[in-house]
Design a protein around this ligand. Structure first.
Ligand code: AMP
Ligand code: GLY
Length: 433
């Protein structure tokens, strides 16, 4: 029986831990640091260790004889948690620092795609403000996007509406920590494309890949894609053929295979999940173009992807631990995939300053075809209370996206899961339904 350590504390990590706890091959699960919900999963305990506390993680792994570590957050990848734990002889799901740069440096990713002929928008890199201003001097501001080079907690991409906004953004990116300092090392200026966006996820053991279904995200706070950007208010999978046809699907799978092979040929094989953000670009006749790589699972995409895989008969714990242990060749992609759809329930004030401490009701009830994943929750006396912006995810599943949506929404509200002044979108999955 394996002991598995999951690093992270959000809804993504709740779902990773839940899948591990479901497996007969897993004897115990530790989540570091976890949340109030992960502590309630069977066979699971939390450990109060942060995502980049590498020394404490190493000590924990030794003390508890951990067999496999599953890394959730991008910050852990970028801090070198994968390298450090592999050096201790532990199997790790999550890439090393070097291939992790595909996410943590936009300039590295652009150069990688150029060297390996992966379709991407046209791009220019600038190491300082003067260079950047020169690059945009003769361009229309609506023809490009500005990307701060480093990790910027999802805030590092700006689509300027005017020349003035572009110049101001560049000044901020290079000079301050307005973008978490992500632009101070450089900025990538990218051709602006348009078309539907699809997220692809390839689980890899370093050689083979296992393609998960495609998913779509909902970044804006309010219905109709209005309001401020958030970490993600919902997601669903699989994406129907009316949005991604079989030819585009084959091209995306080729991009995933090519990327994993190219990373290995660059020297450090990729073990973990590669998240590929794509645009089916009108400017390329609908062909998929990579607009970003992430070196980890998406949040909240994980909540739907793993629920769907489990409902489609895949042993998710086996998939992830096998990827960490160098061999996924025995795992089969299911021929027919169940749909899942998740609705993020956020606290009032999210995304700026979420209120904490509201009692969450309805968690004890059973809901048909629903999994509830905790994210920003805490235990207070005998209650579970809100403790973050995105508090929990209500994930429905079924044969179709519409059915999954019905189940998810049936579990939310006065007679189901609720708390004071909660915010959620009522149109998740509109693209597919
Ligand atoms: P990223 O963090 O790179 O995925 O960018 C965040 C969002 O910005 C994407 O989901 C797109 O909606 C948008 N975006 C990024 N790159 C481009 C591009 N080259 N053209 C148009 N939109 C883009
Ligand atoms: N849902 C977007 C992300 O995880 O980056």
């Amino acid at each position: 029986m394996q002991t598995v350590l999951v690093i992270g504390s959000g809804g993504r990590e709740y779902e990773l831990a839940r899948q591990m706890s479901l497996s007969a091959a897993v004897g115990s699960v530790i989540v570091a640091p976890g949340n109030a919900g992960t502590a309630l999963l069977s066979k699971t305990v939390n450990a109060p260790i942060g995502p980049i506390e590498i020394e404490a993680q190493i000590a924990l792994v030794k003390e508890r004889s951990v067999d496999t570590v599953i890394i959730g957050p991008d910050a852990s990848v970028a801090a070198g948690v994968g390298d450090a734990l592999r050096a201790e002889g532990v199997a790790v799901f999550g890439p090393n620092l070097q291939p992790g740069k595909l996410e943590s440096s936009k300039a590295f990713a652009a150069d990688f795609m150029k060297r390996h002929n992966v379709p991407q928008p046209e791009f220019w890199t600038a190491g300082n403000l003067e260079e950047a201003l020169e690059i945009i001097a003769d361009k229309s501001p609506k023809s490009y996007v500005l990307k701060a080079d480093g990790l910027a907690a999802g805030k590092g991409v700006v689509l300027p509406r005017s020349k003035q906004e572009a110049v101001q953004t560049l000044e901020l990116m290079f000079s301050s920590d307005a973008y978490d300092g992500a632009g101070m090392t450089g900025v990538v200026i990218q051709e602006r494309l348009s078309g539907p966006e699809v997220s692809a996820f390839a689980v890899s053991d370093g050689k083979d890949i296992f393609m998960l279904p495609f998913a779509q995200d909902h970044k804006r706070l309010q219905d109709g894609d209005q309001g401020p950007n958030t970490g993600g208010m919902g997601s669903y999978c699989p994406v129907p053929g009316t949005i991604v046809d079989s030819e585009q699907t084959a091209k995306i799978h080729d991009i995933a295979k090519k990327t994993i092979a190219a990373i290995a040929s660059d020297g450090t094989p990729y073990q973990g999940v590669l998240y590929i953000g794509l645009m089916l670009a009108k400017q390329r006749g609908g062909d998929p173009v990579v607009i970003e790589y992430n070196a980890r699972f998406g949040d909240p995409e994980t909540q739907v992807l793993l629920t769907s895989m489990q409902q489609s008969g895949v042993d998710v714990a086996d998939l992830l631990t096998s990827a960490a242990n160098d061999d996924i060749s025995h795992l089969q992609v299911p021929t027919s995939v169940k749909a899942s759809l998740t609705v993020a329930i956020a606290a009032i004030g999210y995304p700026n300053s979420p209120r904490k401490g509201d009692v969450i009701h309805g968690l004890g009830k059973k809901y048909k075809n629903v999994v509830v994943q905790h994210a920003g929750t805490a235990k207070k006396d005998s209650d579970i209370v809100t403790a973050g912006g995105r508090v929990l995810y209500v994930t429905g599943f079924g044969d179709t996206v519409a059915e999954a949506a019905q189940h998810a929404y049936a579990a939310i509200g006065k007679d189901g899961i609720h708390f004071a002044d909660m915010q959620y979108r009522t149109d998740i999955g509109y693209q597919a339904i």
